[in-house]
Design a binder for this molecule. Structure first.
Ligand SMILES: Cc1cc2nc3c(=O)[nH]c(=O)nc-3n(C[C@H](O)[C@H](O)[C@H](O)COP(=O)(O)OP(=O)(O)OC[C@H]3O[C@@H](n4cnc5c(N)ncnc54)[C@H](O)[C@@H]3O)c2cc1C
Ligand code: SF4
Length: 412
C-alpha cells in the first residue's frame, strides 16, 4: 500500500465523533475529525488548510509527539486497539508544506525581535512574517533549531529537516542573526528599535539531583557532543537518573557507545514521562530500568538509593513517590543526571524585574516597557520544560497576544 492509500484508509476509520477525544488529547487542538473528513472527500487542499492554519509545527509533531498519550492514545477506537493514526496523516500532509510557503510582497512597519531560534521562536517567526511583520531572530548558536539540532540524537530525528524551516524563514524575509546571546553579546539596549521583543530561549540549564562529584556527569553535555565526549564509556557501567525524554535519549546514546546502561527512576515505568515509544526502544535495546529508587548520594563506584513507594495524588494523574527508609547501593562507573531542565532568567531579572511574577516566573501578559516596547516570553522559556506540541501551542498564543497589543489603545 502506498502512502496515499494508507492515509485514505486511516481517514476512513474515523467515526467523526461529536466530542472528539483525539482533539482533547492534542495540545495544539488540531481539528482532526474535520481533516480526516476532508480526506475522505479526496479534498486534500482543505485538509492541508485546516491543519496548517492551526499549526506550522506538523513536520515535527508528526515525528516526535507522544501520540500514545495524545491524539492516538485518546482516540475512542484505541480502547479496541484500533486507534486512528492521525500522526501518519499529519506526516503525509506536512511533507511539502514548508516548501509551499510563499514570499511576501508587502510588509508592515512593525519590527519584532525574537530571542532564541528553537521551535517556539521559529514558529512565532513564521506566523508573524506571514502576517507581514518584519522579524529578526537572534540566536546564540551558529544554527537554528534549539533542542532539535542541539540535543535530540540523529538516530531519532533527522536534523536536516530543520533546513526546511530555514528555507521557509528565508523565503518569508525573516532575518536571522547568529551567535548573539542575550546577556553576553546582546543586550536590551541593543533591541530598542523593536516594538516587540519575544524571549524564546528554552530551558538550557540542567537540574542537579545530587551534589557534585567527579563521577557525576551532566547529561546535556553528552547529548550536545556525543562523539567527542570524555570520559569514554565503552565497557563501563553507567546509571542514568531520570524518566523523561532526555533520560531515554541519553541512555540510548550511551548504549551505542558500548556501555552497560541502566536507568534509575523514582517512579515506575508506566509513570515515566518519556514518550511511550522511546521507553519501548530503550528496553528493546537492552537498557536496564531500575524503578522506584530515589538517588541519595554518589560515591566513587556506587550510587546510594532509597527504595520508594508510590501513592495516589489527588492533585495529579501521576503517582507521587515517598521514601521507605530502606537503602541500597548500585555499583557503577559513572552516574549521568537527566532529571529536568530550567530556564535561565538571570540576565532579565537584573534588567526588568517587573517582567517576573512573585514566584519568579515570566508574566504571561508580558511587560509594556517605558511606554515604548512590549516584552513577552514564549515556549519552554515561559511554560517550563515541556514538549514540542506544548511549546508550539504557547507560541501560537504569543502571536495572538501581539495581535491584541496591536489592536489595543496602548500605542495611541
Ligand atoms: C534531549 C531532549 C529530547 C526531547 N525529546 C522530546 C520529544 O521526543 N518530544 C517532545 O515533544 N519533546 C521533546 N523534548 C522537549 C522539547 O525539545 C522542548 O519542549 C522544545 O524544544 C522547546 O522549544 P523552545 O523553542 O521553547 O526551546 P529550545 O528548543 O531550547 O530553543 C531555545 C533556543 O534559544 C537559544 N538561546 C538560549 N539562550 C539564548 C540567549 N541568551 N540568547 C539567544 N539565544 C538563546 C538556544 O540556542 C535555542 O536555539 C525533548 C527535550 C530534550 C532536551
Ligand atoms: S476520537 Fe478517533 S474516531 Fe473519534 S474523531 Fe477522533 S480520530 Fe476519529
Amino acid at each position: 500500500m502506498n502512502d496515499l492509500e494508507n492515509v485514505k484508509k486511516i481517514a476512513k476509520k474515523c467515526l467523526n465523533c461529536s466530542k472528539p477525544q483525539c482533539v482533547k488529547g492534542c495540545p495544539l487542538k488540531n481539528p482532526i475529525p474535520a481533516i480526516l473528513a476532508a480526506i475522505r472527500q479526496d479534498d486534500f487542499k482543505t485538509a492541508e488548510k485546516l491543519l496548517f492554519d492551526n499549526t506550522n509545527g506538523s513536520i515535527i509533531c508528526s515525528r516526535l509527539c507522544d501520540f500514545k498519550r495524545n491524539c492516538f492514545g485518546n482516540c475512542v477506537l484505541s480502547k479496541k486497539g484500533e486507534g486512528v493514526k492521525f500522526y501518519e496523516v499529519e506526516k503525509f500532509l506536512s511533507k511539502n508544506y514548508l516548501d509551499s510557503v510563499k514570499p511576501l510582497t508587502e510588509y508592515q512597519s512593525c519590527h519584532i525581535a525574537i530571542i532564541g531560534g528553537g521551535l517556539a521562536g521559529i514558529s512565532c517567526a513564521i506566523d508573524f512574517a506571514k502576517k507581514g511583520y518584519l522579524v529578526t531572530i537572534f540566536e546564540k548558536r551558529d544554527k537554528i533549531g534549539g533542542v532539535l539540532t542541539e540535543t535530540i540524537p540523529t538516530f531519532r530525528f533527522d536534523h536536516l529537516l530543520v533546513e526546511k524551516y530555514l528555507e521557509a524563514l528565508n523565503k518569508l524575509g525573516v532575518e536571522i542573526v547568529y551567535e548573539k546571546q542575550l546577556g553576553q553579546n546582546l543586550f536590551l539596549e541593543d533591541l530598542k528599535a523593536f516594538k516587540y521583543v519575544i524571549f524564546a530561549m528554552g530551558t538550557p540549564l540542567a537540574k542537579d539531583a545530587l551534589p557534585s562529584n567527579p563521577n557525576l556527569i551532566d547529561g546535556m553535555a553528552i547529548l550536545r557532543n556525543p562523539k567527542n565526549f570524555e570520559p569514554k564509556f565503552k565497557n563501563k557501567k553507567i546509571l542514568v537518573i531520570g524518566g523523561g525524554n532526555v533520560a531515554m535519549d541519553l541512555a540510548r546514546t550511551i548504549k551505542k557507545m558500548e556501555a552497560n546502561v541502566h536507568i534509575v527512576y523514582r517512579r515506575d515505568l508506566i509513570s515515566a514521562p518519556a514518550n511511550v515509544d522511546e521507553i519501548k526502544c530503550a528496553l528493546n535495546e537492552g537498557i536496564g530500568f531500575e524503578e522506584c529508587l530515589i538517588p541519595i548520594s554518589m560515591n566513587e563506584n556506587y550510587l546510594e538509593v532509597e527504595h520508594a513507594r508510590l501513592i495516589d495524588d489527588e492533585k495529579s494523574a501521576r503517582k507521587q513517590f515517598v521514601g521507605t527508609n530502606s537503602f541500597a547501593k548500585i555499583n557503577c562507573d559513572y552516574v549521568v543526571q537527566a532529571i529536568g531542565l530550567n530556564a535561565d532568567y538571570a540576565y532579565l531579572k537584573t534588567q526588568i524585574s517587573d517582567f517576573f511574577d512573585e514566584a519568579g516566573y515570566p508574566k504571561k501578559a508580558g511587560l509594556f516597557y517605558n511606554h515604548q516596547q512590549v516584552f513577552l516570553a514564549t515556549g519552554d522559556f515561559l511554560i517550563g520544560a515541556s514538549s514540542f506540541a506544548k511549546t508550539l501551542a504557547c507560541a501560537k498564543d504569543t502571536v495572538k497576544e501581539v495581535e491584541q497589543f496591536e489592536k489595543s489603545s496602548i500605542w495611541r
